[in-house]
Design a protein around this ligand. Structure first.
Ligand SMILES: Nc1ncnc2c1ncn2[C@@H]1O[C@H](COP(=O)(O)OP(=O)(O)OP(=O)(O)O)[C@@H](O)[C@H]1O
Ligand SMILES: [Mg+2]
Length: 340
């Protein structure tokens, strides 16, 4: 009996790793973080477990992200995180995988793509296919990317903001900028340091962003309809003692508006370079926003004001890529996949 019966889709993101198994659903959706034993180089844990160790300096292990700024920091780490996670999902059944679609950021080089395909082959998966994240995200958000009309997708994730023009199943034009969620977090850290003389950690900065971030319109409010504030705990830079300050949504908006200036420039450059027929299509088809940071309040209106075409949000910004993988796995025709 042929035991090669599993089809698997992977969204290998800077912040999150998602793994979908045909017929079984999304079986892994956790941070793309890995903890390695320094002495043995063996993986200790991945995902949520590893993320609990972030910022907690430890002499026995390293806590690392295999992708940084949408770029592979170390292909060996990609190998480790995939093998460890796949083994956790299907103990001793990796050899049952017959088809693997891995979605990666658009800036990854051909050499890195080849290395990922080889990695699949080394696991015994001959049918290992690399797909562009932006294409899978559009498909997973319900766009008919194979139709003869232009569509635009902007994916604001953890490491990169990716811009893509799609038509007839292909990415006609794409651009990427290393300004996304991680960068917003570091800018919040810098601001709190300079303005409030408080040193805060990355996880605190991320929480501040998720709760207070907005770009236009009303500031986020709590259940009592009051404008949100966040008590950020950290270390006072003057006294060196634990301390906290109250951050408000107004100051976070100022930080974000600065961060979005380069995103705005790349958006305009992408629109300017879009072939005229496809640009014309965008008047109706609009721009789809996806990725975790597309949930920032007022982003839709902010982009609409720049692009002057309808802008809409993916209903599943954090799972759109893996949802796209699900659809791609169903297509047996290799023509539909991007060339490596
Ligand atoms: N509600 C929210 N508001 C703002 N930002 C959010 C929200 N939820 C998640 N994020 C941010 O979204 C980012 C993660 O998004 P996503 O999972 O799409 O990234 P990724 O696919 O791993 O990264 P990339 O595609 O850049 O490699 C993180 O920076 C996270 O803090
Ligand atoms: Mg992503």
């Amino acid at each position: 009996m042929d035991k090669k019966n599993l089809s698997v889709g992977v969204d290998l993101g800077t912040s999150n790793l998602l793994i979908y198994v045909e017929g079984q659903g999304t079986l892994f959706n956790e941070p793309s973080i890995i903890a390695i034993d320094k002495a043995t180089q063996k993986v200790i844990c991945v995902g949520h477990e590893a993320s609990k160790l972030v910022g907690k300096n430890h002499e026995k292990f390293d806590v690392v992200r295999p992708l940084q700024g949408g770029v592979i920091s170390d292909i060996e780490l990609i190998r480790e995180i995939l093998i460890f996670t796949l083994n956790r999902i299907f103990p001793s059944e990796i050899q049952s995988i017959q088809k693997l679609v891995i979605c990666i950021p658009s800036e990854i080089t051909n050499t890195e793509k080849e290395a990922i395909v080889k990695l699949g082959h080394s696991l015994g998966i001959q049918n290992t296919i690399i797909e562009q994240e932006i294409k899978a995200a559009a498909l997973g958000s319900g766009i008919d990317i194979f139709a003869p009309r232009g569509h635009m997708v902007v994916d604001i994730g953890g490491g990169t903001t990716d811009f893509g023009i799609l038509s007839l199943g292909d990415v006609v034009l794409s651009k990427s900028i290393k300004i996304a969620g991680d960068f917003f977090d570091t800018q919040i850290i810098d601001h709190v340091k300079v303005v409030h003389k408080l040193e805060i950690g990355l996880q605190t900065a991320e929480e501040v962003k998720i709760l207070l971030a907005s770009l236009t319109g009303p500031y986020p409010t709590n259940d009592d309809d009051e404008e949100m504030v966040y008590e950020a705990m950290g270390r006072d830079l003057v006294s060196g003692l634990p301390h906290s300050v109250l951050l408000d949504a107004k100051e976070i908006r100022e930080i974000l508006l600065n961060c979005f200036d380069p995103i705005k420039s790349v958006l305009l450059a992408t629109l300017e370079e879009t072939p005229p027929e496809l640009a014309g299509d965008l008047v109706d088809s609009g721009i789809l926003l996806t990725g975790g940071c597309s949930q920032i309040l007022g982003l839709r209106e902010y982009i609409e004001d720049i692009a002057k075409v309808p802008v809409y949000l993916s209903e599943t910004p954090l799972t759109a890529v893996v949802d796209g993988c699900k659809k791609l796995l169903k297509m047996t025709n290799k023509y539909f996949y991007s060339e490596v």
